[in-house]
Structures are given as C-alpha cells and as structure tokens.
Design a protein around this ligand. Structure first.
Ligand SMILES: [Fe+2]
Length: 350
C-alpha cells in the first residue's frame, strides 16, 4: 500500500496520494494548487495513474489543486454532495465507497468544521481533513460551521472506529504528521475530558482571525470546475433540448458513470454503459465496440456522465485525435433529470 503525505508549508496543508502499489491507479486527497508539479513527479516516479482527486471540504485557506490536476491528468474530481463547488465529476454522500484499483475508501459525512466536510476511511487509516487534527481540530466559525455538529461528528462517527486507526489530518501546524484515534480520544485537549457543552464553549471562544487567503481562495475554489468546456467547439456541447433532438435510434449514447451511480439514480433510455475509468483502455483496444464505432464513423456518438465533467474530459481527448461527429451533454444526467428527461433503471454495457 502506498500512502504518501505531502505538505504545503504556506498553508500547512497535508495532501495524500494513495494507491495499492506501484504501477496501479491512484487517488489524491486535498491537492494544493502550487504543489501540483510535486504530485505529478511522485505519480510519474511510481508509474501511478491518477484516477480521482477529492477535497475533504471547500477550502478557505488555500487554492485547491482539483481543477489543475484534473486538466493535466484527466482524472475525476469528487467532493461532498453539500459542496458549493460548481462542477465535480462525482458528488459523494455519507456511506459511499470511493474505489480505485485494489483500494476502497468509505466516505463519512462529518459536518462541523464546515457543512460540507467529509472524512475518508479504510480499515487501519482515516483521512480526517479539518474535522480532526493532531491534538486539535478545524475551526467552526465560518462556512456553516457548527461546534455542536463537530462534536457529534467526532463522538458519534469518527471515534466509534477502532482506536488503532491511524489519523492522517488535513493540516498540521506543529510539524506532526500522524496520530491514532485512540490517542486523540484520550489526549486531544479540545475533546478529551470535556462534555459537549464544554467543547462548544472552547470552540466558540477561539476568536481566530480569518485565514489570510479566505477572500481569494473561496471564490476561486467554488469555480474550480468552471472552464471544463473551454476548447470544445460549441456544436459539440449539447444542452437538454439539443440532446433530446440529437438522440435517436442510430445514436451511440454512452454513459460514462460508474455502475453504482447508475444503480442509484438511473440512466437515459437506450444508453450504453462504458465507465470513464476504463476509457483509455477501451480507446486503445481496437476490438472494443467503442474503438470500432470511432473507426467505422457510421454513428453519431453522444457522451454523458453525472454533471458534464467526465464527458467533457473524454470528449477533449477524442477531439484531439478524431474528427468524428461526437458531442457531450453539458450538464450530464443530473441536468437531464432536472429538465424532466426520460429515465430508466438500468442499461446494457457497451
Ligand atoms: Fe478547512
């Protein structure tokens, strides 16, 4: 197992790259904009393919690297369903499994530091973002933070996990890099030996100044996904009405989401399933129906995903190589459903 921790000294942010082993798929938690080259170097040196980039919450103290690393690697971006970020590939809900090759993380919704905060857990390790630091925790005085919610998240969720679970926090200001849940339960001065009321009183009397970058970081981070359609000709981007007209019996309509997303919310009737994670492999395999459809050039191809990010990334990769008639549905299945488009509960694999 690879768990590589990086530190951005300016914001004391800790970032993590996870993978089963060298040469496998990887994911990154809380990447920082200025550090992308460092992450790319590590990924390259270990022959890792970055598949997913996620933020534990909307950050106020640094510019997220989600958009930049997505544009370079074509990885998916993920954030909690409560996020204000404009586009992410996949919105995470409490209890969701986030999977890459050989590795699965459980998303735990832990509001308190902010109302969109998540921890990510796998047996033995928890990535706590700003919900829990080493002998501390994130502030609760902005972005819909709540010290009562944070106490509940820690008491009812995080601290119910095994005590020997290693804690990898989202920040450390004192040069520490890991702890365990048992240590934090017993020694965290904000939590140990305090009632919920006392914890709330401590948190509500911290009187911290706003983060230096707050006014810059928040608006930039909210817009991190915008610009996803830059570089795609307008005629290849379909809104709901255009998609309805364009989809007919001869269209090859491709759903790029993961199987569990389709199971949860349905799909567009007649679509074929081809998960984005295997997109590059399918493209390279000349016997795969998708590669064949591209080379036959007989059918109009329309791509969609959940919110229009994966389909835009796939389309850009294809437009670089192909002059085939291929487009994507701008707001994905979520936009389709919101506009009242027909849905079905399951679709066939391509
Ligand atoms: Fe934070």
């Amino acid at each position: 197992m690879i768990i590589k921790q990086f530190i951005n000294k300016k914001s004391s942010t800790l970032t993590y790259i996870l993978a089963k082993s060298r040469g496998n798929e990887a994911l990154i938690i809380d990447p920082v904009f200025e550090e992308i080259d460092v992450y790319l170097e590590f990924l390259g040196a270990n022959e890792l393919r970055l598949m997913k980039a996620m933020d534990t919450h909307l950050h106020a103290d640094h510019i997220t690297g989600l958009g930049k690393i997505r544009n370079i690697t074509r990885c998916m971006t993920l954030a909690g369903e409560q996020t204000k970020m404009e586009i992410v590939s996949q919105l995470i809900a409490d209890g969701d499994d986030i999977t890459i090759q050989g590795l699965s993380l459980k998303a735990i919704y832990t509001p308190g530091h902010t109302s969109d905060s998540y921890c990510f857990y796998m047996p033995g390790f928890i990535f706590t973002g700003d919900t829990l630091f080493i002998r501390g925790n994130g502030r609760t005085d902005f972005q819909n933070g709540s010290s009562a919610d944070l106490h509940d998240s820690l008491h009812n969720k995080v601290f119910t996990l095994p005590e020997d679970t290693v804690v990898y926090p989202g920040h450390d200001y004192k040069g520490e890099n890991m702890s365990t849940l048992g240590q934090e339960k017993r020694e965290n001065p904000r939590y140990a030996d305090h009632t919920k009321a006392e914890f709330i009183q401590i948190m509500d009397n911290l009187n911290l100044p706003n983060p230096k970058l707050m006014d810059i970081a928040l608006p930039v981070n909210i817009k991190t996904g915008s610009g996803i359609n830059d570089g795609i000709p307008p005629e290849n981007i379909l809104d709901f009405e255009q998609a309805q007209v364009a989809i007919n019996d001869h269209t090859l309509l491709i759903d790029l989401r993961e199987a569990k997303e389709i199971e949860k919310s349905g799909a567009i009737p007649g679509a074929k399933h081809m998960p984005y994670q295997q997109f590059d492999a399918f493209l390279a395999d000349t016997n795969h129906p998708f590669a064949k459809a591209l080379s036959d050039n007989q059918q109009t191809i329309i791509l969609y995903c959940a919110h229009g990010e994966r389909s835009a990334l796939a389309l850009k990769a294809l437009l670089d190589k192909e002059n085939h008639s291929i487009s994507h549905i701008k707001l994905g299945f979520s936009g389709w459903k919101k506009s009242g488009g027909d849905t079905c509960s399951s679709i066939d694999t391509l």
